[in-house]
Design a protein around this ligand. Structure first.
Ligand SMILES: Nc1ncnc2c1ncn2[C@@H]1O[C@H](COP(=O)(O)OP(=O)(O)OP(=O)(O)O)[C@@H](O)[C@H]1O
Ligand SMILES: [Mg+2]
Length: 242
């Protein structure tokens, strides 16, 4: 068929809404992948509900906060990389996340309005299932997912379950990494993204299927030389000899 070329004016400038979703059961390497994706970014906020992340992984110069006030102060001081510790079992965690995201959205929006070149930021939430379910999602999280591009906010989510991710949220994902997954409703939904259930079910640890701009690819994640040792030594505070 002949292709007709038609010029269009652009409604919006800039990149597409970016939401990266990482799926898999415990221990398969989700958090490790999130940390590695973030380490390539110059500005990020990690909402850490399990005390998984530590500044040394990112080469230091990372602010650690646990209140919205301290978070706001860190952003205002130009701190580009922040770990926000939230207690996942705490009922107040939802409210804390909502206020923090609300502040971040407003902060980005005000700065971008004043200076269109104001840099973007990545927000990571490793326990998406803890905060968002089929019929519930903190309001500011929804705002950020639906309008993240306006705030130049990239989102990186980790979750163990795909069946309970709301449909509107699923349809916003621009990239999915899935480790081994076996729950049947989620598997069926992954097929909508071109991720074959049989392959997803059979993935070995630290191997994932990725779908994004370039279609589906299989990725094996291997530790860089010397990395495992340094990481453990830092986390426990003692040297581990291999
Ligand atoms: N590519 C890899 N090669 C070797 N070990 C890895 C790899 N990725 C992660 N690990 C190790 O496996 C363990 C689990 O990794 P990680 O915490 O990233 O998993 P997770 O999927 O986030 O688990 P959870 O759901 O419990 O949070 C860690 O000890 C981590 O160092
Ligand atoms: Mg994890």
């Amino acid at each position: 068929m002949e292709i007709i070329v038609k010029q269009v004016r652009l409604l919006k400038n800039g990149p597409a809404n970016e939401t990266i979703f990482i799926l898999g059961p415990t221990g398969r390497g989700k958090t490790t992948l999130v940390a590695n994706l973030l380490s390539e970014r110059s500005r990020f906020v990690i909402f850490d509900a399990k005390n998984d992340y530590y500044p040394e992984f990112f080469g230091g110069d990372v602010a650690e906060v646990s209140t919205v006030e301290a978070f706001a102060e860190a952003l205002q001081n130009g701190q580009d990389r922040i770990i926000f510790r939230v207690a996942s079992v705490d009922e107040a965690a939802d409210e804390l996340l909502d206020s923090a995201l609300g502040y971040l959205n407003a902060f980005q929006f005000a700065n971008i309005e004043a200076n269109p070149d104001f840099p973007g930021i990545a927000v990571s939430l490793d326990e998406l299932n803890r905060f968002a379910e089929t019929h519930s999602c903190p309001q500011q999280l929804r705002e950020e997912i639906e309008r993240g591009r306006d705030y130049k906010i990239t989102k990186i989510f980790g979750a163990q379950w795909f069946n309970s991710i709301p449909t509107w949220m699923r349809s916003s994902f621009s990239e999915i990494y899935t480790f081994q997954y076996s729950e049947s409703i989620g598997l069926k939904r992954l097929e909508d993204y071109g991720l074959p259930a049989d392959e997803v079910k059979a993935l070995p640890p630290y191997v994932c299927l990725h779908t994004g701009k370039n279609g589906v690819e299989k990725i094996r994640l291997v530790p860089s030389p010397g990395e495992t040792k340094r990481q453990h030594a830092n986390k426990t505070g003692e040297e581990i000899t291999a």
